[in-house]
Structures are given as structure tokens and as C-alpha cells.
Design a protein around this ligand. Structure first.
Ligand code: ARG
Length: 471
């Protein structure tokens, strides 16, 4: 059995033997957490400066440590240093080992009043904060894309569905605005989550705090944290923030997958409402005529994967005794995968929606079919004094008659209408139009084109504020 070189781990002193090679291979998190090197070094720099300011390490020593860390960062960024899982247990050991290589024993002073437990929690919080900012930007971009389409199609009629049966006409713009609302709530959730993420664990040390006069607030300020963790034990064992971030991702994926499913449906020959741009569709290796909506299908499929990441995290944390347990190392794989997947789906769906062609003629034709103005006819009778339930029955009978004859509501004569109700007069023919049905829904939140245009303005103003909050 191979063993690691003495000195590669951070804890050799009380051990007779170095770590077995297979144990290192089993336990290393380096391939996963290497991407935290920037956060790890930023946290170390802030910690080190504070130690010097507080007189816990000498200024000259802190200068050497900071210069060494800057060199490690530069070498990693340039590709001169690459991760080596046979040598390092995690990114924290790697950075410290690399620092030691550069500045010698004084590197060991960096870990004064710090543990990997508060270090890793700090790194993950910093990463998570950046990830939420990125998702926030993407959610804004997608909303802007949907709003542009909604503006073009504020008055374009389409069938609105319930039970996937044609129900009432709506405008395509109104339908898209429903998604804008979902993504706007996702944005708000990402910011609320960010506020809880943005709390500094450093100072908690292993679990109980550190016996040094630390200035935690100055470290928090330097790293852009809004607050310091109030309890050292919670600081090192809490991963609520990872769960919350994955919950944010899961709802984004839920909304993206609904949008994806509609785009898939709309681009079938049966619907023919939209056409996906060739650049975001694929062909078949056997059927030359095929054009498949793979970007949307993959987005729909990847939703399950992100929910899996959320469940992995919930299961990881439940039942775990306080405080830090090595189990928690598993948090990063779920977090990174959930965020990466969500970001990739936001990116591709923005491109799919931005390049989507809309078949307005087909949408209008479909909007007029399926007795879509039947509710308007019932409302017409209500305005003539009938109770709604009675009007509902009368119109049901009219629809039944049309079905038997194979005609639409607009094709009956006035005399035929009056056989169903004496309340019906010539003005009924205005009611049976899609444009009349749309225009009638002239209330806030309704699908009347003027209301859709107003809603777009409101959404744009909100988006402007959201974007400002990101900078
Ligand atoms: N790689 C570890 C993790 O990600 C770092 C913290 C290790 N702490 C410890 N006491 N073993 O959780």
C-alpha cells in the first residue's frame, strides 16, 4: 500500500504513520473543491491582515504570507500550478502547502486562530454569493428577452389552455409575461437567499471560537460580508445556505422546465405555434426530415438532476450531530452541480427564446377555434340579466348544437340563437370575436392588449431596479 509523503497533510504530529494512499484517494476533495482557490486565498488574505492588525502575527510575517499567497494565486491563474489529488487532501491544504514551499515555516502562522472548519464554510459562502449574483444576472437577461417578445406580441392572440384544452383567448405576450413573473420571483428569492449566505464564519475556528483578540468585523468588511456568524458552533456546522441556494436553483429549473415543455409542444407539427432556430435544434441520424428541440428537452430533463442535488443536501445535513463532520465535505459536489446546471439551462433557454420564431397566423387561427369565446357569450347573457349559472347552461346547449352541426359559434343565425334564449339580439355577433374577448379583459393582470402593454412597462421598471441591486 502506497503512502503519502510526510508533510503533505496538515496534521502529521500525533500520527505514527502517514495517510495510506487509498485513504487519501478516498477522502480527497481536491478535484471538486479546487475551484474554490480564489475564495480560499481571499479569505486567507483577509484573515492574515487582521492577525497583523491585532498584533497576533508580526507585520513582516504577515507581509511575507500575503506576498506568498499572491504568488500562489498568480501561478494557479497562469496554469503554472495545477491540482494534484495525490498530493493534497483539499484546496485548503494545497494552498497552505504551496505557501510553505514559497516562504518556509512562517507560512504556518497563517492558520493561527483558524480551522479548516470555519475556513471551508467561509470559502463556500463566498462562492455561493458569487453564484447567486450570476444566477441573478441570468434571470434578468432572460426576463429582458421574454419582455421583448411580449412587447412584439402584446396583441397577438393565441389559445389559452386549461387541462391542455383550449379555454379562452389570451395574447402571446400575456402568456410570456406569466414566465416573467416566475423568473422575477426567482430573482427575489435569490437575493433573499444571498442575504443569509452573506455572513462570515471565520473566527469560529474549529467550533468554539479562538482565544485571540480577533477583529471579526474587519474580516467581514474586507470580504464584503454583511454580518458575522453569531454562534461559533452554528458557523461551522450550518449548511442551510447551501440547501437554500439549491432550492432557489430548483425553482428556477421548475420554471425553465415548464417553459421548455411548452416550447417543445408549440414546435410540434400539431401545434405549429413556434419554430426553434436551427442553431438550437438538432437533426436525426436516420430521419432526414427531423428537427428536434433538444435544448428545451435537455433543460426539462436536467430539472430532475438539480432536485437530486437539493435532496442530497437535505439528506446530508439532517440528523448530523453538531458541529463539523466530514460528511459536510459532500456539500460542494451538490452545490456546484446544481448551480452549474441551472446556469447552463438559463443560458441556453435565453438563447432559445431570443431566437424563437412565432407563427402569429397559426396562433390567431387556433385562438378562434375550440369555442374559445363561449365564456364571453355567457358573460353577454349575464349582462342581459341572466344569472351566470343559467347563462352557462344556455351556452352549453348552443355549443352542443354547434358540435352536432360541425359549425362555430359565429356561424349561427340570430333566429337560431334566439331559440336558445330570447335575451340574445344582433349585438351577439360582436361578442363572438377573439379581439372582443381579449379587449373585454381590461382589468389589471388581464389579457387585454392595453393591459399587457402596461404590464410590460411595470415589469421593465421592476427589472431595472433588480439590475441596479446587482451592481
Ligand atoms: N475538505 C473539507 C471539507 O470540504 C475541509 C474541512 C476539513 N476539516 C476537517 N476537520 N477535516 O469539508
Amino acid at each position: 500500500m502506497e503512502t503519502t509523503k510526510k508533510g503533505a497533510t496538515l496534521w502529521g504530529g500525533r500520527f505514527d504513520k502517514p495517510l495510506a494512499g487509498d485513504m487519501l484517494a478516498f477522502s480527497t476533495s481536491l478535484p471538486v473543491d479546487w475551484r474554490l482557490y480564489r475564495e480560499d486565498i481571499a479569505g486567507s488574505l483577509a484573515h492574515c491582515r487582521m492577525l497583523a492588525k491585532q498584533g497576533i502575527v508580526a507585520e513582516a510575517e504577515a507581509d511575507a504570507i500575503c506576498a506568498g499567497l499572491a504568488d500562489v494565486l498568480a501561478k494557479i491563474e497562469s496554469g503554472a500550478i495545477v491540482p494534484n489529488a495525490e498530493r493534497w487532501e483539499d484546496v485548503h491544504s494545497a494552498v497552505e502547502d504551496l505557501l510553505q514551499e514559497r516562504i518556509g515555516a512562517v507560512a504556518g502562522k497563517l492558520h493561527t486562530a483558524r480551522s479548516r472548519n470555519d475556513q471551508v464554510a467561509t470559502d463556500v459562502r463566498l462562492w455561493c454569493r458569487g453564484a447567486l449574483d450570476l444566477l441573478g444576472e441570468q434571470l434578468c437577461r432572460l426576463q429582458a428577452t421574454l419582455l421583448d417578445h411580449a412587447e412584439t406580441h402584446a396583441a397577438t392572440p393565441m389559445p389559452g389552455y386549461t387541462h391542455l384544452q383550449r379555454a379562452q383567448p389570451v395574447t402571446f405576450g400575456h402568456h410570456l409575461l406569466a414566465y416573467v413573473e416566475m423568473f422575477s420571483r426567482d430573482f427575489a428569492r435569490s437575493r433573499e437567499c444571498r442575504a443569509r449566505v452573506n455572513v462570515l464564519p471565520l473566527g469560529a475556528a474549529a467550533l468554539a471560537g479562538a482565544p485571540y483578540p480577533l477583529d471579526r468585523a474587519s474580516v467581514a468588511r474586507e470580504l464584503g460580508f454583511e454580518a458575522i456568524a453569531a454562534n461559533s458552533m452554528d458557523a461551522v456546522s450550518d449548511r442551510d445556505f447551501v440547501i437554500e441556494a439549491l432550492h432557489v436553483c430548483s425553482l428556477i429549473m421548475t420554471h425553465l422546465s415548464r417553459l421548455a415543455a411548452e416550447v417543445i409542444l408549440w414546435s410540434t407539427a400539431e401545434f405549429d405555434f413556434v419554430e426553434i432556430d436551427d442553431a438550437y435544434a438538432t437533426g436525426s441520424s436516420i430521419m432526414p426530415q427531423k428537427k428536434n428541440p433538444d435544448a428545451a428537452e435537455l433543460t426539462r430533463g436536467k430539472a430532475g438532476r438539480v432536485f437530486g442535488d437539493l435532496f442530497a443536501m437535505l439528506t446530508l445535513v439532517e440528523g448530523l450531530p453538531l458541529t463539523y463532520n466530514r460528511d459536510l465535505q459532500e456539500d460542494k459536489e451538490a452545490l456546484f452541480d446544481g448551480v452549474d446546471t441551472t446556469a447552463a439551462c438559463l443560458e441556453i433557454m435565453d438563447a432559445v427564446m431570443g431566437s424563437l420564431r412565432v407563427n402569429t397566423a397559426r396562433l390567431a387561427e387556433a385562438a378562434a377555434g375550440g369555442f374559445s369565446t363561449a365564456t364571453d357569450l355567457a358573460d353577454y347573457l349575464v349582462k342581459k340579466g341572466l344569472p351566470f349559472r343559467e347563462a352557462h347552461t344556455v351556452v352549453g346547449n348552443i355549443v352542443r348544437c354547434c358540435l352536432d352541426r360541425g359549425c362555430g359559434l359565429g356561424e349561427l343565425t340570430l333566429e337560431e340563437y334566439q331559440e336558445f334564449s330570447k335575451h340574445i339580439s344582433t349585438d351577439v355577433f360582436e361578442v363572438n370575436t377573439v379581439s372582443g374577448s381579449l379587449a373585454a379583459r381590461d382589468i389589471p393582470g388581464g389579457t387585454a392588449p392595453s393591459r399587457v402593454k402596461a404590464a410590460i412597462e411595470t415589469a421593465r421598471a421592476r427589472l431595472g431596479q433588480d439590475r441596479a441591486a446587482l451592481t
